[in-house]
Ligand binder design. Sequence first.
Ligand code: CA2
Length: 162
Amino acid sequence: MAKKSVSAKSPAAQAKGVKPVYVLNGPNLNLLGLREPEIYGRTSLADIEKLVTAHAKARGITALCLQSNHEGELVTWIQEARSMASGVIINAAAYSHTSVAIHDALAMLDIPAVEVHISNVYKREEFRHYSFVSSVVKGVICGLGVQGYTLALDAILADISK
Ligand code: CA2
């Protein structure tokens, strides 16, 4: 089941007409905090969404947080972001390492997108070392835990403020 949460739009963002930043999380990330805390920490996805939402609000922008276990749903949201978002933060989770469909959808964006991984995928199994996402986003943040999401938001804001 897809999960959606939206922070209130600040007057500043409304005045500037700034579109939300989409924060897309992929398969199994809805279970964060429940297993493998040595890799992913103890923070839940709801905690991450609260963190990013508050970070966005403090900067006068809105975060639209979405999670899905389904590749096609993530593709649909990336397509939607083309007209509805000012940037995209994406942790495609396992689909990062498998999905040509997500690669193709991201390649069609003309807004900044940043890939986030909570863990350092390069310290892990070799199958996690290649990402179909990395070549079609502005930048990649991995291994910095949940802070990666707020760093990604700041990178998008810096880019759209240019
Ligand atoms: O480090 C990341 O953020 C990952 O994108 C997480 C994915 C993994 O497939 C990528 O290689 C790296 C896995 C998410 C699984 O989420 C869990 C949730 C609860 C307990 C364990 C894993």
